[in-house]
Design a protein around this ligand. Structure first.
Ligand code: TRH
Length: 377
């Protein structure tokens, strides 16, 4: 079934909104042969993930996706068969009117943020009547069969495992980022918001018995790192050593290379939505810095995910990881929680691969969307 799709992305802040919509757009084109138009109000965010993109172009094609700049002065276009508003962004009123007036009916979807909370399964796929008579359906990604699934490209897990088994490929890739791993060094990647808990983690790593190389793509956490290191500035290529810890600042890499970076590491600190999921597909233990929400709403999301993720772990390992995640998100003391995690390392590592394998048996989000459209027709 061939259809035309359009995805509307308003970049609120950071890279999660564009990260998810760009990934979905590419997958619908590459794996389902769909025509996809991606509307983005801030193409400079896309350029970080896809450096070939031109932030000034009104219209451009990248990897088969028709990318349009979404500006305030909306010029009417014929709506697509399926219109996705990502994360409840507000569609142009004139476009909604055109969708309602289109002769061939339009499926209107709101793609929601990823959450493991139980209510998500009950709300997934529900319609809501809009002024003007159209229905809008809520599409929830998620971790259970009652949800719309998780973004996962075809063959992703096989590609990831092959890469992890290919030591020369891993070394070449790391070298391309300026990383030379020393024998016996543990690799950790760090992508996080500012975090007052960071110094205590860094101290634990520096004082530890195992040598660690911390790879940090350029971003918001550099200020905290710089203060702990007490250096005047950090930039791409900076490398500093304190005790058993070597910290190396990497460039912010294209989206596919960020996947490879996660695959290379023994442990990944990630944030938001998309990197959080990619770290799960990497099959390695992870630490999630959840996007903080007003009135602490993010804690329910964090606990809901932990309840699922830790369900099959022996109590000690589950306790260790939960304590680390809570300390990180409370921006609290990380030292003792990190030590407990290192004691459970093998258990957590095996579990990360099993979790990934289990989640990968379910239909992915793009498949779910295509199926939803087919069923709706
Ligand atoms: O950037 P984020 O913090 O985005 C967040 C979340 O999506 C959150 O849910 C949302 O509400 C908020 O924005 C507004 O984290 P996230 O989701 O992990 O997105 C980061 C993207 O950047 C992801 O697609 C991976 C990509 N990335 C690269 O391509 N290269 C890199 O070097 C790095 C570090 C990330």
């Amino acid at each position: 079934m061939h259809a035309s799709w359009e995805i509307f992305c308003s970049v609120v802040d950071n890279y999660g909104d564009i990260g998810v919509t760009w990934r979905l757009a590419r997958q619908l084109v590459a794996e389902y042969g769909q025509s996809v138009r991606l509307w983005v109000d801030d193409p400079s965010a896309l350029v970080r993930l896809c450096p070939e993109a031109d932030e000034n172009a009104v219209r451009q094609w990248q990897q088969g996706v028709d990318i349009r700049r979404w500006t305030a002065d909306w010029q009417p276009v014929e709506p697509a068969d399926v219109v996705i508003e990502a994360f409840a962004c507000q569609l142009p009123a004139a476009h909604v009117a055109a969708m309602a007036a289109r002769q061939r009916k339009v499926l209107w979807l709101n793609l929601e943020y990823l959450s493991a909370e139980e209510w998500v399964g009950d709300c997934h796929g529900l319609p809501s009547l809009q002024p003007g008579g159209m229905q809008k359906f809520f599409f929830f990604p998620g971790f259970t069969e009652k949800t719309g699934g998780l973004l996962r490209e075809r063959g992703l897990i096989e590609r990831r495992r092959a890469f992890q088994a290919d030591e020369p490929a891993r070394a070449d890739f790391l070298r391309s980022l300026g990383v030379e791993v020393l024998p016996g060094e543990r690799l950790i990647s760090l992508f996080a918001y500012e975090n007052a808990g960071l110094p205590s983690w860094l101290t634990a790593l520096a004082d530890g018995s195992q040598s660690t190389r911390l790879l940090v793509p350029e971003g918001r956490i550099l200020g905290d790192l710089q203060r702990w290191l007490a250096v005047p500035a950090l930039q791409v290529g900076s490398e500093c050593r304190r005790g058993a810890l070597t910290i190396q600042v990497l460039p912010f890499v294209r989206q596919d290379d960020y996947d490879r970076l996660l695959w290379c590491c023994d442990f990944n600190a990630v944030r938001g939505e998309d990197s959080f999921l990619r770290a799960q597909w990497a099959g390695r233990p992870l630490l999630w810095h959840i996007y903080p929400q007003e009135e602490g709403a993010h804690w329910d999301k964090l606990d809901a995910f932990l309840a699922l993720y830790l369900a099959d772990l022996p109590p000690q390992a589950a306790h260790a990881l939960r304590s680390l995640w809570r300390a990180w998100n409370e921006e609290g003391e990380m030292g003792s929680a990190w030590e407990a995690v290192t004691e459970q390392w093998q258990e957590l590592r095996g579990h990360a691969e099993r979790w990934c394998a289990r989640q990968a048996t379910r239909p992915d989000l793009a498949a779910g969307l295509v199926q939803f459209y087919t069923d709706w027709l």
